[in-house]
Design a protein around this ligand. Structure first.
Ligand code: NAD
Length: 337
């Protein structure tokens, strides 16, 4: 059977990417909505065929416990609220998919993992790129040694933070966002270096910059550059910025060839190019809905009692490294991990 999913938070990402993707799921169906805005919830419910009795708000959310139609809760609210809704969902006996970044601090991530474990429920962090066929091809090529020995990764994520967009307002508020461009989009650069190498970084150094007097960056940072060193000797140069035109790309350099994924972490239309001294070639990969693949992955893991590919521990690792990146920038020191 298809597992029943409840989506918590009907914001920009949920409405534009996640809800429409359920139509392409094979193991999952949307059965419930959790929203603070009743009119919006009713309208979205009728659009997606969700029964009016399966609409909850943030106060009565815990009543999902007695709703057997709901197997999984997908948490898509501002970052600092991820722990609260993950823990409430687990205590209500539901499995959890939680958006990135997992939480503002490692301690909160650990609590989320512990609560889901105690409730014997699965916890998956929504690292969609790890379910995307282009990124998976890139990982496979690196693992098979098609680039030769891996030496360098360069990964960049940027966009303009726009206070006119309601989705960007809480991103300027440290209490809700937990950080600036690093935790929001730099996490894609960081996570890519880890899934491409299959290694954990051992050292990090970083610089952070925010333009003085810019009202958007009173609490959170605009731009971060960070360097990572991996045990094999591979090094990564990564950036994130809320101040540059849109970029979402990485390039991986081996001693024989390079691989370019640009865009690498868009919602669709990725482009994978492989090159060496003979020339460059674009890989033709059929496009698939990465969100549907990601959602179905968790449903499949629940049905087959397997650990998801990106469990809570994966989210915790990035949160720990991002904390070290901020520490490295603040101290001017290289931090050993
Ligand atoms: P958004 O502001 O559009 O949506 C957030 C939702 O949470 C809104 O519906 C809002 O009403 C609700 N909310 C509940 N309590 C709130 C509170 N106290 N303050 C503010 N809003 C509150 O933001 P978004 O861009 O949809 O991001 C939501 C989450 O999804 C974030 O964790 C973000 O990192 C993640 N996200 C992931 C991706 C991805 O590609 N995986 C893309 C975008 C956003």
């Amino acid at each position: 059977r298809r597992l029943g999913w409840a989506v918590v938070g009907l914001g920009k990402f949920a409405l534009n990417q996640i809800l429409p993707s359920f139509a392409e799921c094979k193991r999952s169906k949307l059965v419930a909505l959790v929203s603070g805005t009743p009119d919006k919830a009713r309208q979205v419910a009728s659009q997606y065929g969700v029964e009016p009795g399966n609409i909850y708000d943030y106060q009565n959310f815990d009543a999902i416990q007695s709703n057997p139609a709901i197997d999984v809760v997908y948490v898509i609210v501002p970052n600092a609220l991820h722990p609260e809704f993950t823990v409430r969902a687990a205590r209500a006996g539901k499995h959890v998919m939680c958006e990135k970044p997992m939480a503002p601090t490692p301690a909160e991530c650990e609590r989320m993992i512990a609560e889901c474990r105690r409730a014997n429920r699965k916890l998956m962090i929504a690292y969609r790129a790890q379910y995307d066929p282009f990124n998976r091809t890139a990982i496979e090529m690196v693992r098979k040694g098609e680039l030769g020995k891996l030496k360098l990764i360069v990964a960049d994520h940027g966009r303009i933070l726009d206070p006119a967009d309601p989705a960007d307002r809480w991103r300027m508020d440290k209490k809700l966002a937990g950080g600036g461009s690093l935790v929001d989009i730099g996490i894609y650069s960081l996570n890519a270096t880890r899934y491409l190498t299959g290694e954990e970084p051992v050292a990090v150094s970083a610089m952070v910059y925010s333009p003085v007097g810019d009202p958007r960056f009173q609490q959170v940072e605009e731009t971060v550059s960070f360097l990572l060193r991996f045990p094999s000797g591979t090094q990564a140069t990564c950036t994130s910025s809320y101040g540059c035109a849109e970029v979402k790309r990485y390039r991986v350099f081996g001693d024989k060839a390079f691989l370019d994924l640009d865009p690498a972490t868009d919602y669709e239309r990725h482009r994978l190019v492989v090159g060496d001294k003979q020339g460059e070639q674009e890989k033709q990969i059929p496009n698939q809905n990465q969100f549907a693949l990601e959602i179905d992955h968790l449903s499949e893991c629940i049905a087959e009692e397997r650990e998801p590919h990106t469990p809570g521990a994966e989210g915790l690792r990035d949160v720990r490294i991002m904390q070290a990146i901020y520490e490295a920038a603040a101290s001017g020191q290289t931090i050993r991990l």
